[in-house]
Design a protein around this ligand. Structure first.
Ligand SMILES: Nc1ncnc2c1ncn2[C@@H]1O[C@H](COP(=O)(O)OP(=O)(O)OP(=O)(O)O)[C@@H](O)[C@H]1O
Length: 473
């Protein structure tokens, strides 16, 4: 016998039990109640006197105390519904002198107030969870329709109407176009216009996910598949996209090993999670996109030919902005509307000279570059009219072609700049041009190096190396 307990006055014991174990019940091997505290009885709507010496099943709803008193197996943190509330029950075998004599059960939450406090906390956590779940699901809806694709040039209209026509088909689509031409927008619109619109649209950028994570992102993994794997495993994006569409952006950047795995899923319409034994069926329409020349990559052995055939069932080429200059005016107007909302401004307009300059530029970064130029202009704008002075230098300094808006001053600046370049070794001139291009691309991309690298169509690594070489921060 524990000496400490023998010194405690008997009357204290019940209070100590009440305080330490919330609701407590003790049954013998036959499941008859030998002890139950008043807090538990109060919650059950009975009294200690009524509950004692009765079979526990008659007194407590959904109990398993009589089972634990027989099996001797602890049941920890199991959810038990009592009086319409989900309670947390712990059941322990009562072993005295090495013999199983019964069981002791506790139920969390001492009194209704405490239960309500927990309940409201759990309730708000559940609501928060529900909110994020809904938000996540909403994120997986296509956000753009064909109405959002601005442009009336013949080349653009041809691509757009082809995309509209094939939306309802179940075949794979391959979107080809330079960076920033609107491939992702097309993918959204195709899904939005398809019979799969009520199901998820899951975009994934194959170039931005590290190679070693790509398989688990796409196909998921089982519980304990590898060290650091999330408990309970994880669904892959293909499974999340079930019945909907998956958008594989930058598919040309997918490593060869992953290309084989992707091909298997597309052929067999089923996948295996990492560490899993079972095959999971998936019904997903693939919309892939790339700015790379896949034909050339296939020739060079960098892209699997069989996968190329699978993805290239319907090919849609999106023309670059320089080949649809007549669209620039309208696209700019639509982008301005979007930016007005972002910056809480109204009535923004472009001066005639600005429109002229925008139409003259070759837009290597396409609509994304145009969007960046307009956003930058709004940032340095006091009134409502965007003038040449609000454009980045590389657009402002170009002489205008048709002379309507060309002023002498801008011509002088441009020509004096050319004149000021002394004859020097070609190597030095090229270095200077490279440095200027880096600075200009950074300006066009609002300082975002990843975007700037894209504009110059060079890898991120080589862009960073060049920045270090020229001391550009
Ligand atoms: N026809 C269009 N009308 C209006 N805005 C457009 C149009 N096409 C593209 N945009 C806008 O241009 C930006 C770039 O488009 P998007 O991301 O779809 O290009 P992308 O070709 O997928 O680029 P990347 O290859 O770099 O991923 C987006 O902000 C998009 O909203």
């Amino acid at each position: 016998m524990n000496l400490g307990i023998s010194t405690i006055p008997y009357k204290w014991l019940e209070e100590i039990i009440n305080l330490s174990a919330e609701r407590i019940v003790v049954v013998d091997r036959e499941g008859m109640i030998r002890y139950i505290n008043s807090a538990y009885c109060e919650f059950l709507g009975t009294t200690v006197k009524n509950a004692l010496d009765r079979n526990v099943q008659e007194v407590i709803e959904n109990t398993r105390m009589h089972i634990v008193a027989k099996t001797g197996q602890t049941e920890f943190a199991s959810v038990q519904s009592i009086n319409g509330s989900e309670m947390i029950a712990n059941r322990f075998p009562l072993i005295v002198d090495g013999e199983l004599v019964g069981a002791l059960g506790t139920v969390t939450f001492r009194n209704p107030e405490e239960w309500l406090a927990y309940k409201s906390k759990i309730q708000s956590l559940l609501e928060e969870l529900k909110y994020y779940k809904r938000k996540f699901e909403k994120e997986l809806q296509s956000k753009y329709s064909f109405n959002d694709l601005i442009g009336s040039s013949p080349a653009f209209v041809a691509s757009k109407s082809l995309a509209e026509r094939i939306s309802a088909s179940q075949s794979a689509v391959l979107l080809l176009g330079e960076s920033g031409t609107g491939k992702e927008l097309f993918a959204h619109a195709i899904h939005h216009n398809s019979t799969r619109a009520a199901f998820p649209f899951v975009p994934i950028n194959c170039a931005s996910i590290p190679e070693h994570l790509l398989e688990s992102e796409l196909f998921g993994y089982e519980d304990g598949a590898f060290t650091g794997a999330k408990k309970g495993g994880k669904k892959g994006l293909f499974q999340i996209a079930n019945n909907g569409s998956i958008f594989l952006d930058e598919v040309g950047d997918m490593p060869l090993t992953m290309q084989s795995k992707l091909l298997r899923v597309l052929q067999e319409k089923e996948l295996q999670r990492i560490g899993g034994q079972n095959s999971i069926s998936v019904d997903v329409r693939v919309i892939a996109a790339t700015h790379r020349d896949l034909d050339k990559m296939v020739e060079e052995g960098k892209f699997r030919q069989d996968l190329y055939y699978r993805l290239n069932v319907i090919k849609i080429e999106i023309p670059p902005l320089r080949k649809r200059k007549e669209d620039i005016h309208f696209i700019s107007a639509s982008l301005l509307k979007k930016l007005e909302r972002k910056f809480h401004r109204q009535g923004l307009v472009l001066s005639a000279e600005v429109i002229e300059r925008l139409q003259q530029h070759s837009w290597p970064g396409n609509i994304r570059e145009l969007e960046n130029v307009l956003e930058r202009a709004i940032n340095v704008l006091d009134g409502n009219k965007i003038e040449s002075v609000h454009l980045p230098l590389y657009l402002r300094d170009q002489p205008l072609d048709d002379g309507v808006f060309t002023d002498l001053e801008s011509k002088t600046v441009a020509s004096s700049e050319t004149a000021s370049i002394p004859i020097q070794p070609l190597k030095d001139i090229l270095t200077q041009v490279e440095k200027n291009s880096i600075l200009q691309s950074l300006q066009a991309a609002n300082g975002n190096k990843q975007e700037a690298a894209k504009l110059l169509q060079i890898s991120k690594t080589s862009f960073y190396e060049k920045c270090i070489k020229y001391g550009i921060k």
